[in-house]
Structures are given as C-alpha cells and as structure tokens.
Design a protein around this ligand. Structure first.
Ligand SMILES: [Zn+2]
Length: 282
C-alpha cells in the first residue's frame, strides 16, 4: 500500500482541495471528542496529532516522542503512519495502549492491529488501508463505539461474514469507505442493533456497488438509526458518480424505507447537504 501511504482521512472536499490540514484536524478532534463524551467525567482529552513525525523517518523527532512522556498522557492519537517505521509505530502503540480512547492510523500491519485489539479503553478507531482480516477483527471489538474504515479501490476487501454484535457492545457510529459495498453492508448488518449513525461511501447512480442500496439496507434491519450520510467521495479524493435527480430519488427511497420501520432518520448527501453537514459536524 505504499502508493496510498500519505493519505489523510478527510471527508471534506473543500478541505482536501486546499490541503485541509487545519480543517481535517478539527474534524478529527471532533470525532474523538464525541467518543470521549460517551463516558464519564474524565478531564479534557489529551489529544496528540503525530502526523508530521510519523510520516517520514526522522530519527531525532521519533526518539524524542518516545521519550518525551506525552504518549503516556494521550487519550486520543491521530496520524500514526504505521508502515514508515513499523517498529517505532509498534512502540508508540505500546506506550499509549493503557489509556488510549481514540486512534487514527494508516496502513497498520497485523502486528500493529494485534496491539490495537487489546487496548482496554479504545472507543473510537479510524483505519485507512485496512485489510479484510483487520476489518473483521475490529468489527468485533467490544469496547468500540465509533469506527471508520477505508480501503483503496485497487485493494478491495473480501466479502465478510460477521457475527452480530450484542448490546451493550456494538457500534453507535460507522463511517465506511471500503470496497466492495457488500462488505460495507456486512459491517452495517453486524451492528444493526446499536448503530445510530451510518456514513457510507456510495454513488447515487448505478452501478452503486450493489444491485439496490435501499433493498440491501432494508435487509440489515437497523433498529436505532437516527442519521444516514451518503458520502460522494472517498478518503482518497476520488469522486463517486452523483447527480442531483438520482440523489434526490435515492434519499427519498431510503427515507420511505426506514419510515416503514418507524425510523424517521435524517438522510443526507455529502454533496447536496453540504451546508447542513458543515453546521452539524462530521
Ligand atoms: Zn446528492
């Protein structure tokens, strides 16, 4: 996945267009703060963004981070580029593991994932360049409430058969940009009892990645859904096929379908509802 090594998780197209670091960081911060809000009366999150340090081998900076004491204080860690210096990334995960509640990592190797899977307090996780095995494993993490997964078009995941999460375990929030769409839907179905918000990368016009998105989502039997956001671009900056008439039709059909289950959820499109999404956050 070297060619995707520098990708940032950033759904905001305007932010991408201008480089977007500040906006993307703000959104990441919101993502993890939301996770942190779900528990307790802990003091303010210690948020650590190590994108600049982990994206290239800089011996002094990397050593200073390991010895500086900040990792032991971090509750949220963003920008861990796992494949640049895998052993160093492993050490970062070991030092943060006891307290970490939110993590965003790119290109994790299996050894990194094995460490992530046993983090006792992890509630929010974002992985880019994820593999099928890794998606299956993190989907079953009992502590997770928020999960975001991405894979590039040229490295699709296998179809997954996943056990259904049993409450109180289960995701409340899922942002899914994995290929093929049926695999994304398997993740949705596994968390159908608890999922409150679903953000899904998909096109508004055929082929949308599955024969009929509305029918497929109906089959998931979601129980607590409050909001759906259809994302019209990938984390890698690629645009999904989209036009306004087909989008309006797709959103209406979804709203009617969920209404049949007494779920009158907000159904939004990242292109058509930009203003509303910018107000309400990621
Ligand atoms: Zn739209």
């Amino acid at each position: 996945m070297e060619s995707h090594g520098a990708v940032r998780v950033d759904w905001d197209r305007e932010a991408t267009a201008v480089g977007g670091v500040a906006v993307a960081r703000k959104r990441q911060r919101q993502f993890f703060r939301s996770a942190d809000d779900q528990s307790s009366s802990r003091p303010a999150v210690s948020f650590l963004d190590i994108t600049c340090i982990s994206s290239r081998v800089d011996v002094k900076a990397m050593t200073a981070l390991l010895k500086g004491g900040s990792l032991e204080q971090a509750h949220s860690l963003v920008g861990l580029q796992c494949n640049v210096a895998p052993a160093w990334s492993q050490k970062v995960l070991e030092l943060t593991a006891p307290h970490l509640k939110g993590l965003q990592a790119v290109s994790p190797l299996q050894r990194h994932l094995d460490r992530i899977l046993v983090m006792p307090h992890l509630q929010a996780l974002c992985l880019t360049n994820v593999t099928g095995q890794q998606a299956r494993q993190v989907s079953q993490m009992a502590s997770l409430r928020r999960l975001e997964l991405h894979c590039p078009l040229d490295a699709p995941l296998p179809e997954l058969l996943l056990p259904r999460a049993v409450p109180p375990a289960g995701l409340r929030w899922l942002r899914c940009g994995v290929e093929p769409l049926v695999t994304a839907l398997a993740l949705v179905q596994a968390h159908a009892s608890t999922l409150e918000e679903l953000q899904l990368v998909t096109a508004s016009v055929d082929p949308a990645g599955c024969p009929d998105l509305v029918t497929e989502l109906k089959r998931c039997s979601l129980k607590n859904l409050h909001r759906v956001v259809l994302l019209r671009h990938t984390a890698y900056g690629e645009q999904c096929r989209h036009d306004h008439p087909s989008c309006k039709d797709q959103l209406q059909r979804l709203w009617l379908m969920f209404g049949e289950s007494d779920l009158f959820a907000d159904i939004l499109c990242s292109e058509c509802d930009k203003a509303e999404l910018s107000k309400s956050g990621p």
